[in-house]
Write a protein that binds this ligand. Structure first.
Ligand SMILES: C[S@@+](CC[C@H](N)C(=O)[O-])C[C@H]1O[C@@H](n2cnc3c(N)ncnc32)[C@H](O)[C@@H]1O
Length: 284
């Protein structure tokens, strides 16, 4: 039974972090002509109205995209600029809607690229399917994104990006994410994988870094953005992180500029940005 609805969280600090990095990875993949397959394993509805419905209830975007737009304390790094232009261009032609990961991916594809979006929630899947029904580069599947990777990897062009953004509603999602990444890189060693995860005081979340280290992926990068103090027993998310396998060449350099900017734009005095680089990959 799925109760998570991404609309409640659309445009929050976690969306900003994951969407900037997703867009940057797609842009770096496009430095080569050869087409790629982008798989969004947990796609959501595709785009969200921020001023209406669920998103308007808690207005999480006030402390996310709205703060990044308004922040003028540092020059905007190019990856942030690219994201903000995408968001405002999309909003301008779609009644102010905020783009979720499928829209960011679909808007970045060239004719030689393809994408597959997986979503299990019936309502969000219906919205997703309707949104991309006329797009011949995109397939939307009402399917378990973890399991679907087995059928999709390796892609025919041997270039691919997996964006994995589970809701972590179920404790087993942490283990499933690690297993799916392990299987994905066995099937397709060069696959770029971007896993988003929350930072919160929950045993499975605390154990995730060790679980991911145990996968033995050679080229990895971790980016974390803590935006609030974490106190023992605190239940909410105090930040979030990305674990990236086979990061596109120069992604780490771009994150070195982007994370401190986000930390200042989004954080409190307790905020902290961390970048751990195992090794950059050559261009994939
Ligand atoms: C964090 S939201 C996705 C947000 C989206 N990636 C974005 O950035 O706009 C996670 C989504 O995964 C869906 N979901 C949960 N378990 C799933 C699974 N095993 N396979 C596919 N989708 C799943 C949920 O219904 C929810 O819409």
């Amino acid at each position: 039974m799925l109760s998570y609805r991404h609309a409640f969280h659309a445009g929050n600090h976690a969306d900003v972090l994951k969407h900037i990095v997703l867009l940057e990875c797609l842009s770096l993949l496009k430095r080569k002509e050869k087409g790629f397959l982008a798989i969004d394993t947990h796609a959501g509805a595709g785009a969200y109205e921020l001023d209406a419905g669920y998103a308007a209830q808690n207005r999480e975007w006030d402390d996310g995209i709205a703060r990044v737009k308004a922040f003028s304390g540092l020059p905007r790094p190019p990856a942030v600029e690219a994201y903000l232009s995408f968001v405002s261009d999309y909003g301008r032609s779609n009644s102010g809607a905020y783009p979720g990961s499928p829209v960011l991916i679909a808007g970045s594809l060239r004719p030689q690229d393809r994408s597959v979006f997986c979503e299990l929630h019936p309502t969000d899947f219906a919205a997703l399917e309707a949104r991309f029904s006329g797009d011949r580069l995109v397939r939307a599947r009402r399917a378990d994104g973890f399991a679907e990777l087995k059928a999709l990897l390796p892609p025919p062009t041997r270039r691919g990006l997996v964006f994995m953004d589970p809701s972590f509603e179920l404790a087993e999602d942490y283990r499933k994410a690690a297993d799916a990444i392990s299987d994905a890189i066995k099937r397709f060693a060069g696959c770029v994988v971007v896993l988003w995860h929350p930072i919160l005081d929950r045993a499975e979340a605390r154990a995730l870094p060790e679980l991911l280290d145990g996968l033995g992926a050679e080229k990895t990068l971790r980016a974390e953005l803590r935006i609030a103090d974490s106190r023992p027993g605190e239940r909410g998310m105090t930040g979030s992180g990305l674990y990236i396998v086979n990061p596109p060449w120069t992604l780490s350099a771009s994150l070195r500029e982007t994370l401190p900017f986000l930390s200042q734009a989004l954080g409190s005095t307790a905020s902290e940005a961390t970048l751990l680089i195992d090794r950059d990959s050559p261009a994939t």
